[in-house]
Design a protein around this ligand. Structure first.
Ligand code: M7G
Length: 206
């Protein structure tokens, strides 16, 4: 018996660069797509844990049909909640990443019908791990996006849109078991793309 997931999910891997001239696209690899709990564990039990990955590796778990890139049509108006764990030795990163993946595929990061969560990602970097949750919007209606936000008009901030994002941020922080004193930041992908991920200005925090 297979226990179906609400969505199909695709695991992606970013290989560390092997030399110069490697661009983002050469390094990003699609691994496998699954849509049941059992298949998830089959995949999970057969891949290297995050703690054993080389620096500059990433895992991305995204809804099927969404590439884990800013440029994807479903991401280009969106952003991400993210948090950096700086004490790499003391962080149970494998457990944290597992819990984030389970929250994503179990659809507990957002409310049914939000359609905001695109995927989750873990980055292995010198000096830190970063876990992120990517959303389709930055709390605004998307121009021509047909998201039903008639009253808000094109691209205008809406309280409802922002509240959906804030709820995802709060849930994400809870899954990461962060104390209230820690801050999880949301930034839009266009800011990340223009200024480099680390310098993107936080738009919201929880
Ligand atoms: P990062 O992995 O988000 O963070 O971006 P880091 O700075 O902590 O390593 C690292 C670099 O990877 C970026 O500066 C881009 O060159 C490239 N990169 C990352 N992402 C998520 C994308 C993407 O979605 N599209 C493109 N074109 N490049 C990306």
């Amino acid at each position: 018996v297979k226990h179906p997931l609400m969505n199909k999910w695709t695991l992606w891997f970013t290989k560390p660069p092997s030399g110069k001239g490697d661009n983002w696209n050469d390094l990003l690899k699609e691994v496998i797509t699954f849509n049941s709990v059992e298949e998830f564990w089959g995949v999970y039990n057969n891949i290297a844990p995050t703690s054993e990955l080389a620096l500059k590796s990433d895992y991305h778990l995204f809804k099927e049909g969404v590439r884990p890139e800013w440029e994807d049509v479903q991401n280009k108006h969106g952003g991400k909640w993210s948090y950096q764990f700086k004490e790499k030795r003391n962080v149970p990163i494998d457990e944290l990443w597992l819990h984030v993946m389970l929250a994503a595929i179990g659809e507990t990061l957002e409310e049914e019908g939000d359609g905001e969560l695109m995927g989750v990602v873990v980055n292995v970097r010198k000096g830190f791990y970063r876990i992120g949750a990517w959303t389709r919007t930055i709390g605004k209606s998307i121009p021509g996006g047909g998201d039903g936000d008639v009253a808000g008009g094109k691209g205008r901030s809406t309280d409802k849109g922002k509240e959906v994002l804030m709820n995802i941020g709060r849930k994400f922080k809870e899954v990461l078991k962060l104390p209230a004193t820690e801050v999880v930041e949301f930034s839009g992908h266009t800011d990340s793309a223009h200024s480099g991920s680390t310098r993107a200005k936080a738009k919201y925090t929880v």
